[in-house]
Design a protein around this ligand. Sequence first.
Ligand code: TRP
Length: 363
Amino acid sequence: MSRCAAQKGALSANRCAWWRDGALATAARAGSDARPMARIMSGVQPTGNLHIGNYLGALVNWVRLQAEYDAFFSIVDLHALTQRPDPEALRRAVREVAIGVLASGVDPERATVFVQSHVPQHTELAWVLTCLTPLGDLNRMTQFKDKSQHQPDNVNTGLFTYPVLQTADIVLYRADRVPVGEDQEQHLELARETVRRFNHVYGETFPEPQVVKSNAPRVMGLDGESKMSKSRNNEIGLFETADETMQKLRGAKTDPARLRKTDKGTPEVCNIFSYHGFFTSESQRAEIAAGCRSAQLGCVDCKKMLCQNLEQVKGPIRERAAELRSKPAELDAILAHGASRARAEAEKTMEMVRSRVGLGVRA
Ligand code: TRP
């Protein structure tokens, strides 16, 4: 309401804060009439299998946030096209990532879980926003530079306009907040800039999305050299069995100064100890640190403990994933339900956008 009161001039009052209608409806659905639930939107790319970096960096937060917010979570297959994946591999990855999201505890009754390409409004809005975005703004994006270096023989335009599509993802649902890792902050800054530009040119339409920072912004890969990522082949897969994980952990670097078991170690510089930070209780961590420093505990035993603790998290997820994988029709139904809810919200936004920018016959 205060936004409306503050807004005088070109726009009539009944055009203000129109996006709150959706939030109010959601609050009603959630059985609360006090305060409309704020919206969050986030996306995950279907590239390869999910790993514990995705789990800690995104999924844990999604599960937590779905209770506090009206959440929209998307598997962004259109973004994945910028890497020109094999078509069958992409189709498979979309399903596997959806399974991972659900198996991790995202509840499709609570949150709207959908595949980006099932909601054609994403590309429609992306085009409108593309026409508002100066070339120079996209030229500054560090991820574009990184990705161009990573795939020098496929520097396509989609890679360049990737952040515009990401902005469309967010504002299509008039999201107030966006949970992302620190590597996405520049994209979010661009999204806010685009919102301000749209609102300035066409009148107050979208809220400015704020970042919700993740608790575990950076999970290192098993090589201990760079962020955990499928493309660097340094990941602990979310669906891996304990044996598969132990196999990988055996070869993983620890404190480089600790060559023999009898050498005293420094937990603070050990990559394996950094994982204990995510999966191990404080008391066991203290035990491990003391054992490492005094050379009482060897690296292999330390890795076995980690593997066990990881399994406490991965085991139930792997089981739920296997169950979902065995019922493809159920997964289809969940994604169809999410897409229809998302499309309804997206179409409300697009009707407003089309009217404001001068598309269609009526204002
Ligand atoms: N670019 C994000 C990433 O690579 C994925 C993404 C696409 C996204 N659309 C989004 C994240 C909208 C948040 C909101 O992690």
